[in-house]
Design a protein around this ligand. Sequence first.
Ligand code: HEC
Length: 407
Amino acid sequence: MIFLFQEWTELILRWFHVIAGIAWIGSSFYFIALDLSLKQNKNLPDKSHGEAWQVHGGGFYHLVKYLVAPSKLPSELTWFKWEAYATWVSGFALLALIYYAGAELYMIDIVKYDLEKYEAVIISILGIVFGWVIYDLVCRISLKTNIYILISSIFILITVMSWIYSEIFSYRGAFMQIGTVLGTIMVANVLMIIIPGQKKVVASLIANETPDPIHGAVAKQRSLHNNYLTLPVIFIMISNHYPLIYATKYSWIIISIILIIGALIRHFFNIKHTGAKPPYWICFPIIILASVIFYISYLGKPQLTKIKNTASLIKLIPKETLVSAKEIIVSKCSMCHAREPLWENMKNAPKLVNLETSTDIINNIQSIHKQSVLSYAMPPGNISFLEDNERNLINQLYLSVHHLKNK
Ligand code: HEC
């Protein structure tokens, strides 16, 4: 019953989270495309910035953008904020329900750090807060400086965090952690910067003052970041079904490259929405970067020991299998198959097949198998009474070597 309840809670939360996310990202995509498609027109009202005509659902829409605000405030205003908040709240609830409650399965990797559950949760929450604080600080400092410095600083911040978390948490936990950090930055941009700025503008308009244009500039900077972060965050959120991508050694680099690819794809559409010729060249860096991450996820998979020599193979064979087979072979074969055979008048091992040491046996296991497991050829005339159960044990050794070699 409890399990069923958990299952339902999780699915309903996830349902809600995805719907809220669609509403948020959908409206955000819509407004960005709208903003970029605005055209100037002399006949537009005072303080307006541009207009757009759209057709949808059987009607025509005429939209006019005002910068900073119209001279007279309308009596009713639709705000777009609950979509973002609801996405974050439901996302955090999911994180808590799945990742925090099941930290031992989804976040902790005892080989990296043997954390207690509560420690993992604290480290995760600290990272979420830290990510936002540092990001916000960098944005504030660099509002007036070069945008490229700002973008690179954010990129480095995320990459470093991604690396640190992949060193502390399980690969899956680290991936989701960075997704949460990025998602939180986006929602906090809405909650702490964009909406408060807009509220201040509205307040000054009501007070009949001229609003400070800085609010508009800051909001624009943050929505631009949100725009470019959207695709990478969605990638991370859906990637937990794909272990070959999130659970390899260098998945932290994959996150960084996805940041670039996602931003490039957004950039393509941003330019397309202005009505200009779409920058098709963007396909090339995307293809190159996609090949790089493809290779990186291949490189980061567990490196199984390549069995180069018999010595390392011997170490991997189950001890009992080797010992019992060796005992049989030494007692039933090596009177002939030895460097100094005991068999009368025998100078060398027949066909120079020595069967004395473990190395001898492993090196010849293929033909031993043929001679005394697949057939009764050896020992000749069953002279040393090799029994079927002993042949069976030799077969065990053969299978074990075969399995290791073909892994
Ligand atoms: C009485 C002596 C004697 C004993 C005991 C003996 N062999 Fe042999 N073994 C020979 C002789 C002789 C040949 C060469 C046969 C030939 O010329 O075809 C040979 C050949 C072989 C070869 C090489 C086959 C080839 O054609 O490459 C293998 C492998 C081998 N024996 C395994 C074993 C194993 C395993 C045992 C124990 C279970 C065993 N022998 C016990 C005498 C012995």
